[in-house]
Each structure stands twice: as structure tokens, then as C-alpha cells.
Write a protein that binds this ligand. Structure first.
Ligand SMILES: Cc1ncc(COP(=O)(O)O)c(C=O)c1O
Length: 381
């Protein structure tokens, strides 16, 4: 089955009891048993599994070419599920540019439990290799990264993690499986904030993990069941509905993202535009190698003046773009990473990795491109 068919039919069946084409929202916590320990169907209790969530999890596994999908109550809950497998003394090597909440979880929750984290530029493979020792257990990569659109070569990293027998997880939130399939490139775990492009309509908080290895899938499912951060049936339904138009939406996000990039790149008030599709982007070659169909709808940029006030004034003037956290919905959003999504990263660390006070991040939506460009034009003036 091709991807555009998978998003609609992958892992899906009509509802066995009614023939409903979309799985009903099975808004139930528990399921009847005929005798103790003998449920009449496949389900017992919705924390363990629920038919609407199963439908979503099957779709997730299908679109990422995995064998098992797991749906969580948020993207961070999905990340947390992976991290729970490790203990004091274990070491994790992570990309040096990560979503602020992931960085916060690593450094303020799991570091305190004795896990050691190394943050490294994953394009420096020699440096990365030099950090691996007998305690290293997990490699965590976001590509493209939030908000600087850095890329990591998934295939090259997977070669090393396989050789060293390390678990390799990729946060695929920005790219989505329409553009990039980490499991096919050698990663062990794909993580999503399904709040973003998978849901696609800014109406749900959700997370996902997808794996190829069945034993790993069972292990993660046990962690999820035993700790409880599962996605409810209504939210599962919303993400599943979103996935059915993922290919159409992301195609338009890519087209609009490329046009917004071109506009910004030629604007005298703009200094640097961060977009993997730009030939001048330092990781454009990696993007061409591992991203198919386009380069996404996320674009960040800085101001020629370098002034925080210019970024703020621009954000206040926007009319079609909405100033709000989050990304990946049909509507265009704008964000000031240093004051909003990445405020939890200490200032000196932000400066070190390039999240400057004049950096603006745009989630380019699927509106008419003329309206988007007009809006950026007036706000930059
Ligand atoms: C790249 C990335 N990963 C993970 C997350 C966390 O996801 P959630 O907000 O659904 O918990 C986000 C949220 O913005 C994100 O952008």
C-alpha cells in the first residue's frame, strides 16, 4: 500500500458491531466479562487498551512502517515512556537543539534520578562517537530540530547505534512520516507530538511512539500500561481523523513553507532564514537525502537589526498568523522561542546553540499563500 492510501486505510477496519466506516468513540473505561477473567471481547480496561485507541495505534504503526504504535496523552508522555526504561548510571546522548520541554524533562527530571545526559551536535559524528561508553543506552535525536531546523543524518547515526547496540529514538514531529521515515532509515523508535501535524487541527494534545521491533513494542506498551499516560478515546478519534488528511495538508504546508522562505530570504529586514529546503541551509544535503516530497512548513528567521524589540513588534502586528505556542495545525502560527516555547532552556544555553532573542519561528499553515505573504509584509514594515 502506498503512503497516501495508508493514511486512510492503513491498519483500519470498519466497526465490527455496526459497520461504521470510522471507528466509534468507545467512551468507556471498562468492558464486560462473562466469567472472572473472561472478557467477552478483546478488551478489559481502557488504560490497557481501547478500540478507538487501537484504531489510531494501528494507523500510527502503518504510516511509520512499524509493527506497533502507542498513543499517549501528550508528546512528552511518549518521551517519558522511553526514558523510564533507564536507571541511575545510564547515559543518554541527545541532539544539542531540542524542543524546550524535552530538554527540561531530561535535565530537570531524569538527571535528578541519576541518568547522565550529553548534548552534542549530531553532525559531529566523531564527537558523538567519543561520548559513547559502556553506560550509554539511548541516543535521542530531533530532525529537523525545533526551532533552528538543524538536521541529523539518521542513517549515519543508526549505523553507529546498531554497531554499539544502543537504542536510537527520533522525534519525527516536524517532518511527519509523509516527509521522513526514521524506522526505514535505521532508528528503533519514532516519537511524535501528535498534537502537531498528525492531529493537524490544533484541537488535541497527544503523543505517539512507533517501533519495528515487536519485543521493544511490548516493553514500551507495558511501561505505558503500568504508568498510565494513555490517550483517551475522543482524542484518539481526533488524531485518527487528522491522519487521514496528513498527506494533503503536509503537501500544502511544504508549498507554503517554501514560498514564505523565499519571501523572507529576499526581505531587507531579515538576516537569516532557517529552512531545510534552502540550498544555503547548512544541512540541505542531508535534507535532500532523508526527506521526501518537500521540506515541511516550519520556518525560523532572525532580524537584520538583531533586536528583540523588532521580533516582538513584528509578532504583535501579525493578523493572519496567530501568535501562539504550538505548530503543525492548518492555521499559521508565529512564536518567539526565547520567550515562549524555549523559555525553559537557560539563557546562556540558548545563546550557545543560537536561539537568539530576535529569532522568530513560523508554523506556516495551509491558508492562501498571498494572504500569508501580505501579512508578513505588513508586519515587517
Ligand atoms: C518537536 C517536539 N517534540 C515534542 C513536543 C512535546 O509534545 P507535547 O506538547 O504534545 O507534549 C513538542 C511540543 O511542542 C515538539 O515541538
Amino acid at each position: 500500500m502506498k503512503f497516501n492510501t495508508k493514511v486512510i486505510h492503513g491498519g483500519q477496519h470498519h466497526d465490527p458491531s455496526t459497520g461504521a466506516v470510522m471507528p466509534p468513540v468507545y467512551q468507556t473505561s471498562t468492558f464486560v466479562q462473562s466469567s472472572p477473567g473472561q472478557p467477552i471481547g478483546d478488551y478489559e480496561y481502557s488504560r490497557a487498551s481501547n478500540p478507538t485507541r487501537t484504531a489510531l495505534e494501528n494507523a500510527l504503526a502503518s504510516i511509520e512502517n512499524g509493527t506497533k504504535g502507542l498513543a499517549f496523552s501528550s508528546g512528552l508522555a511518549a518521551t517519558d515512556c522511553v526514558l523510564r526504561s533507564f536507571k541511575a548510571g545510564d547515559e543518554v546522548i541527545a541532539m544539542d537543539d531540542l524542543y524546550g520541554g524535552t530538554y527540561r524533562m531530561f535535565t530537570r527530571i531524569y538527571k535528578d534520578s541519576g541518568i547522565k545526559f550529553h548534548f552534542v551536535d549530531m553532525n559531529d559524528l566523531e564527537k558523538f562517537k567519543s561520548l559513547i561508553n559502556e553506560n550509554t543506552k539511548l541516543v535521542w535525536v530531533e530532525t529537523p530540530t525545533n526551532p533552528l531546523m538543524k538536521l541529523a543524518d539518521i542513517e549515519a547515526i543508526a549505523k553507529i547505534t546498531k554497531e554499539k547496540k544502543l537504542l536510537f529514538a527520533v522525534d519525527n514531529t516536524f517532518a511527519t512520516p509523509y516527509l521522513q521515515k526514521p524506522l526505514d532509515l535505521g532508528a528503533d523508535i519514532v516519537m511524535h507530538s501528535a498534537t502537531k501535524y498528525l492531529g493537524g487541527h490544533s484541537d488535541v494534545i497527544a503523543g505517539a511512539l512507533i517501533v519495528k521491533d515487536e519485543a521493544l513494542g511490548e516493553q514500551l506498551h507495558f511501561q505505558q500500561f503500568a504508568t498510565g499516560a494513555t490517550l483517551g478515546p475522543q482524542d484518539s478519534f481526533l488524531v485518527l481523523r487528522g491522519i487521514k488528511t496528513l498527506h494533503l495538508r503536509v503537501q500544502r504546508h511544504c508549498e507554503n513553507g517554501a514560498k514564505v522562505t523565499e519571501f523572507l530570504n529576499n526581505h531587507p529586514k531579515v538576516k537569516t532564514v532557517y529552512y531545510p529546503g534552502l540550498e544555503s541551509h547548512p544541512f540541505h544535503e542531508i535534507a535532500k537525502k532523508q526527506m521526501k516530497n518537500g521540506f515541511g512548513g516550519m520556518v525560523s528567521f532572525t532580524f537584520e537589526s538583531g533586536k528583540k524589540e523588532d521580533a516582538i513588534s513584528f509578532l504583535e502586528k501579525l493578523q493572519v498568523f496567530t501568535l501562539a505556542e504550538s505548530l503543525g495545525g492548518v492555521e499559521s502560527l508565529a512564536n518567539h522561542p526565547a520567550l515562549m516555547t524555549h523559555a525553559s532552556i537557560p539563557e546562556d544555553k540558548r545563546k550557545e546553540i543560537g536561539i537568539t532573542d530576535d529569532l522568530v519561528r513560523l508554523s506556516v499553515g495551509v491558508e492562501d499563500i498571498d494572504d500569508l505573504i501580505e501579512d508578513l509584509k505588513q508586519a515587517l514594515q
